[in-house]
Design a protein around this ligand. Sequence first.
Ligand code: NAD
Length: 459
Amino acid sequence: MHNKISELLASQRTFFKEGKTKDIAFRIEKLKLLKSVIEDHETEICDALYEDFKKPKFESVLSETAFIISELDYIVKNLKSWSKPKKVSSSIINFPSSDYIYSEAYGACLIIAPWNYPFQLAISPLMGAIAAGNTVILKPSELAPNTSQILADILEKVFPKEMLAVVQGGVPVSEALLAEKWDYVFFTGSVPVGKIVAKAIAPHLTPSTLELGGKNPCIIHKSAKVQLAAKRIVWGKFLNGGQTCIAPDYILIDSKIKKEFIEAVQNEITAAYGAKPKNSPDYARIINEKNFDRLAAMLEDEKCPIGGDLDKEQLYMAPTLVDEPALSSKVMEDEIFGPILPVLSYTSEENMADTIANYSKPLALYVFSEDKHFSEKILENYSFGGGAINDVVVHIVNKKLPFGGVGTSGNGAYHGRHSFDTFSHKKSISKRGTWLDVPLRCAPYGDKISLIGMLMKKF
Ligand code: NAD
């Protein structure tokens, strides 16, 4: 396996050196072709996602295929202007000079993707890498094998292997890939595996983006529109069977409105999935038995005012609320990553802050409040990847917003222009004029110190 990977990588390095990916028109042509192949195979992609975890077709179009196509259009439209050297004002000290930032492809990139949005989270970074002129080896997740296969089939139609290749497999394949020297590594997955990746690439000091996870708080202030909050939270939490890295992980709610909120959540679950969500065509399943068991263990000894029904054979877990779990409980230990929503009430802002302080910087944070002062205070006081006021998950849709974590929830960001920038080294260049040479910086320094000091401080 190691030899095959090394050979593939060597062929990509040769292809990169030949300079074909430097041609912007070539990149645009490939991205356009990618779009048309995705459009042609949209049904098969949705079928594969359904096979993998019964992902409803509506959710597949919304969060995987249409999501990607819209971003592809945006990248294609803007790539020429993003790729141009960007002129910046120059320093008077360097007069005469004109200064530029050049965007330069890193070279050979490795992208490792997770299973939960197995199409989107593989293709989205990949189009940034291609747009910036890199070559790519993509390793999709072995836990969504049908989607991994369709990814391989589609990408093979668009790209020669020397430019982009899909290498399928589990941990040993991932380890073999990480043993190589890369010019850039983009990893999406869990915090523990993120640490393994960071360690593996450290000997080469390889630049990277780590898109990880965390325990995302969703704060509901007493001023919030409770019914609307419940509706939006039910959508964002139970979408994809609750297996969304930016889904609200737990609710922190003012104790005065908790009862009203729980009733509203029950109504919204019934409105969305019917009295028996198991029979709903709009509700996904848990990806595998291992995750099912992990999630089921979180419900032991907990009070579930809503849901709690399990069917291991069908990998079904009902949309479930857990009422006031202890911070030491399994459900409050780590990121849940499933359709379980703990509801914790607070009686004061200090009380609320104490709960959030138990966890490291999350990937997302949400606030429901009609009190703008309260929302702004939360934004000022907490560090987290990104989030929303009076909604959940939706910030991911805006291509102009960089998407990424902070601290243990990840580093680096992408989407839209940020994807292009992530996969480009920014090379700073001063182009000096030769018609004049002010000898201010050169010895003998004599009494030039006051003039240079003044110029440096002022400009
Ligand atoms: P994971 O970390 O188990 O796996 C991710 C990828 O890493 C897979 O391709 C897998 O094959 C590979 N991998 C697993 N173990 C490895 C090892 N020991 N060495 C090398 N590679 C290994 O994550 P997952 O279960 O696929 O996805 C769920 C996690 O991903 C959650 O924690 C979630 O929050 C996070 N996530 C983050 C984002 C984001 O954008 N920040 C998006 C989706 C998922």
